[in-house]
Design a protein. Sequence first.
Length: 442
Amino acid sequence: MARLFGTDGVRGLANREITPEFSLLLGQAAARVLAEEAEGRPKAIIGRDTRQSSAMLSHAVGAGLASAGVNVEHVREIPTPGIAYLTSARGYDLGVMISASHNAMPDNGIKFINADGFKLDDAIEDRIEANMSNGWERPIGADVGHIDESSEVSDRVYMDHLVRCGAPLEGLSIVLDCANGAASYVAPKVFQELGADVVVINASPDGRNINLNSGSTHTHRLQAMVKAADADMGFAFDGDADRCLAVDHYGKLVNGDEIMGLLALAMRERGELPHDTLVITVMSNLGLRLALDEKGINYAVTGVGDRYVLEEMLRGGFVLGGEQSGHVINLNHATTGDGTLTAILIASEIARRQEPLSEAVSFVEELPQRLINVPNVDKNRVDEISDDVAAAEATLGDSGRVLIRASGTEPLIRVMVEAKTQDQTDDVAEHLARIVQDKLSI
């Protein structure tokens, strides 16, 4: 059987795969595992993004936790990194986030955070999954958990933390695209408190418009607004605000590789980059690696997924890592990727440097890259096209590369190609995508 938990919690179609009944059982199972670890009555904090289904599922998970004896606090709409921060900072035994991140609105998911603010280890997730089918004795009377629905204090604690991480931003004009998601209140408020002149778009969530033609997966509106407003820069978040992409004053997209390059260089210059090392994934552009080599910055490479980046950071004693998609982890300030924090750190660095974002990231010259998502294929049969991949790699030689991988959160196989020219990149990527579709279709 396929494992219930993916690389970012449990995710699927809300009310079809991720149902209230399933969420209640998952909450009960998590509570029983939690009770084995916690001293005394465990307490949990639950946040959610702005999807129409998120309130339904958060209450179902909360009911499951409380029915197994856990005290629960709901904090309504808040970014995933806000839940991670609050879980650790306020002494909860468990954090829960209801979100499907950058996925379309009909999807949803459930992520668990441990008492230290990190995502759960695979072994603990497996114990939770196993407990879903085990019998147990329910608590009664005063042993049933209490549920608290207050939220304002938690919001303020998280926002105060973000403000402390930034430098004064007076004189900077910044556009924020909140994807009609969890950043819609927090991010504009924090940037205003730091003194920036803020223009906000896509911050009117109605339950159905999260990620819809907005945010980090659809940056065209942000790019146009930065130019129209003559702003210094812009930032786009995803639905749960754990990732961030930037836009320079020309309206050009600044992706996660360029963001990581800038932050790594700035931290190395200040002596804040242990072992002079940045942790990246196999998806990062070859151009970033070449730029880091030129600046004397080391890099460690992991598989795709922020949990693998974090594992390598903790193993090697590194503090900065992330993904090309804009999921950046800075352990000096957070335990997980935080889009609002990343935006604050970028803007703060630009304020210190007194130079445009375009110049600050110009040392990262990316090779042409093409990423094609191939749907409706069997993700478990990728090995069947290994000869085709080897032939494409031989064609590119040392001046390019091919990466074929199954998505950890969606029913897709991703085909990524880098080469000297865009035409060659497109030709090889489209050729391989056709092979994947023809040979691995369901």
